[in-house]
Design a protein around this ligand. Structure first.
Ligand code: F6P
Length: 461
C-alpha cells in the first residue's frame, strides 16, 4: 500500500480534524501518502475528484490542526447508495486512476451502511464520528434483535426491536463513545447551567432541546449541568409525571429546567417534533420537540397556576424553550475527543495496512483497564438483512421515575467525562477569546487556505 484516501462524511463534529491528524501521523510513520477528498462522497461523485495531499514528503500540512473543530476537507450529506452499482464502479475506477490503494471514511451509521459495497471494490475502512453517539452496539448481539415486517402504509419494511435477551454490561459495549460526543455534551451541559440562572432569576420554566435524533445519549450527558428533568427518546414521555414534578419543583425553587432529546415520543410512541423531514441519507431531521412539549405544559398547567403564585401573568410567559443547536457540533474539541479521535484515525490506517477490509476502528472500555482502540468487523454492526441501525441509548442507563440517569447511567458517563477536559482547553479560552486581535482581524477561514491546495484528477498523470 502506497497511497490512501480519507474523507469526512455526514454531519460534522468537533473531532474530525483530530481523526484526520491521527491518520496522517500514522501514515507518515508508515511512509504512506494520504489524500484528503473534498466534501465527503460528493468528491467521489465528481469526475474531477477534488483532493488535497495531506502529507507531502511525509510531513503533515500545517493547515491540519487537531484542536480545531469542523473538517479541513469539508463534509456533505451525500451518501453511497449500495443499490447504485454503476455509481460505485465509477467511484472505484476514479480512485484507481488516482492511485488510491485504500480508503478511510470518517462517518456515522449512514456511512457504515455504504461501506460494504465500497469495500467490495477497494479496501475501505471506517473511523467513527458523530455527536449523537449512535454508531456502535450496546452489546455485540444487538443487531440480531431486529425484526422486520411489511409496511402496510407504503412499500418496503418497518424494522422493530424485539425485547433484549442480553445482559447489559458496560464492558461489552462496542464503541463506547464516538468522537464528538464528549464535546457536544460539554456544550449542552454548559447551556443548561447558563439557562438555569436566568430561569432562577425570572421564576421561569426552561425547556432545552438537544440533538441526537432517536438516541438519548446527549440528553443523558447533560445531567452534568444539573437539569431537574431529562427526557430521552428511548422512554415515552409520561406527561402527568412531568407535570407533577414540574409543579413540585416550581413550588420548591420557583424555576425548573427540563432537557429533552429532539426525538422524544409521547405515550403512543409518536414523536413530539412537529416537522420530520429526511436528509439525503434517509436520516430523520427533527424540529420542534421542545416547542411541542411547551404547548402541552401550557395547556395542562394553565395561566391560573402562575397567577396564583404571582410569578407571571400566563403560562406562555413563564415557560420558554431554547435549542442548544449547532453549537453542539462546532468549535474546539475537548481533550477526550481529541485524544481518542486521533487514536481511532491512526487505528483506521493500521486496519487498512493489515488488510482488514470493511472494518471499523472502535473505542472499547474495560472497567479494569480503561479505554483502548480496536478493529471490529463492519458486518457485525448489520442486522440479518444487512442494515445498520443507529444505536439508541440503552434504556437501563435512564431512570424513568426520576427522569435522570440511573445508577448504571452514571457508571456509563463517569469514565468518559471525569477527566474529559484538559488544562489546555480552559487555558485556550483564557488566551484566545478576548484577544484584542479578534477585534481588528477578520475571520480567516480554513477553506481559503485549503482551496489553494486542491488538485484534480485530470491534472494527475
Ligand atoms: O447526526 C448529527 C445531527 O447533529 C443530529 O443530532 C441532528 O438531528 C442532525 O444532525 C441535524 O442535521 P443538520 O446538520 O442537517 O441540521
Amino acid at each position: 500500500m502506497k497511497r490512501i484516501g480519507i474523507l469526512t462524511a455526514g454531519g460534522d463534529t468537533p473531532a474530525l480534524n483530530a481523526t484526520i491528524h491521527g491518520a496522517v501521523v500514522r501514515a507518515n510513520q508508515l511512509k504512506l501518502e494520504i489524500y484528503g477528498f473534498i466534501k465527503g462522497f460528493n468528491c467521489l461523485f465528481n469526475p474531477r475528484v477534488p483532493h488535497v495531499h495531506l502529507n507531502p514528503l511525509f510531513q503533515e500540512i500545517p493547515e491540519l490542526d487537531p484542536t480545531k473543530g469542523g473538517t479541513l476537507i469539508g463534509s456533505s450529506r451525500d451518501y453511497v447508495d449500495p443499490s447504485k452499482k454503476d455509481e460505485l464502479d465509477l467511484i472505484a475506477s476514479r480512485l484507481k486512476h488516482l492511485g488510491i490503494d485504500g480508503l478511510i471514511c470518517i462517518g456515522g451509521d449512514g456511512t457504515l451502511n455504504g461501506l460494504q459495497p465500497l469495500a467490495e471494490r477497494l479496501p475501505t475502512v471506517l473511523a467513527p464520528k458523530t455527536i449523537d453517539n449512535d454508531l456502535g452496539l450496546n452489546f455485540p448481539s444487538e443487531p440480531d434483535e431486529w425484526v422486520r415486517a411489511v409496511d402496510s402504509s407504503r412499500s418496503g419494511f418497518v424494522y422493530k426491536r424485539t425485547p433484549s435477551s442480553a445482559v447489559f454490561d458496560l464492558d461489552q459495549i462496542v464503541n463506547y463513545a464516538t468522537p464528538g460526543y464528549a464535546t457536544a455534551v460539554m456544550v449542552s451541559a454548559q447551556g443548561v447551567e447558563r439557562i438555569r440562572t436566568t430561569a432562577e432569576s425570572h421564576r421561569r420554566i426552561a425547556i432545552i432541546e438537544v440533538m441526537g435524533r432517536h438516541s438519548g445519549y446527549i440528553a443523558l450527558g447533560t445531567a452534568y449541568g444539573q437539569p431537574d428533568i431529562i427526557l430521552v427518546p428511548e422512554h415515552v414521555v409520561d406527561i402527568e409525571r412531568v407535570v407533577d414534578r414540574v409543579k413540585y419543583l416550581y413550588d420548591l425553587q420557583k424555576n425548573v429546567v427540563i432537557v429533552c432529546g429532539e426525538g422524544i415520543v409521547d405515550e403512543e410512541g409518536n414523536e413530539l417534533a412537529e416537522s420530520r423531514s429526511t436528509d439525503p441519507g434517509g436520516n430523520v431531521v427533527f424540529t420542534g420537540a421542545a416547542d411541542a412539549l411547551r404547548e402541552r405544559l401550557i395547556h395542562i398547567i394553565g395561566d391560573s397556576y402562575f397567577q396564583r403564585y404571582r410569578r407571571g401573568s400566563s403560562a406562555t410567559e413563564a415557560i420558554f424553550t431554547r435549542k442548544v443547536g449547532h453549537t453542539q457540533r462546532g468549535g474546539r474539541p475537548i481533550q477526550f475527543d481529541r485524544f481518542y479521535a486521533a487514536s481511532l484515525g491512526s487505528k483506521a490506517v493500521d486496519l487498512l495496512v493489515e488488510g482488514r477490509n470493511n472494518a471499523v476502528s472502535v473505542l472499547q472500555y474495560q472497567s479494569s483497564k480503561g479505554f483502548h482502540v480496536e478493529g471490529y468487523d463492519g458486518n457485525r454492526f448489520r442486522d440479518r438483512w444487512g442494515l445498520i441501525h443507529a444505536r439508541e441509548m440503552h434504556p437501563l442507563l435512564y431512570d424513568p421515575k426520576l427522569m435522570k440517569p440511573s445508577k448504571l447511567g452514571i457508571d456509563y458517563l463517569l469514565p468518559i467525562f471525569t477527566d474529559a477536559i484538559g488544562n489546555d482547553d480552559t487555558e485556550y479560552i483564557r488566551q484566545t477569546l478576548f484577544d484584542p486581535g479578534n477585534l481588528v482581524q477578520p475571520y480567516h477561514s480554513i477553506n481559503t487556505d485549503i482551496h489553494k491546495r486542491i488538485r484534480y484528477i485530470d491534472a494527475v498523470d
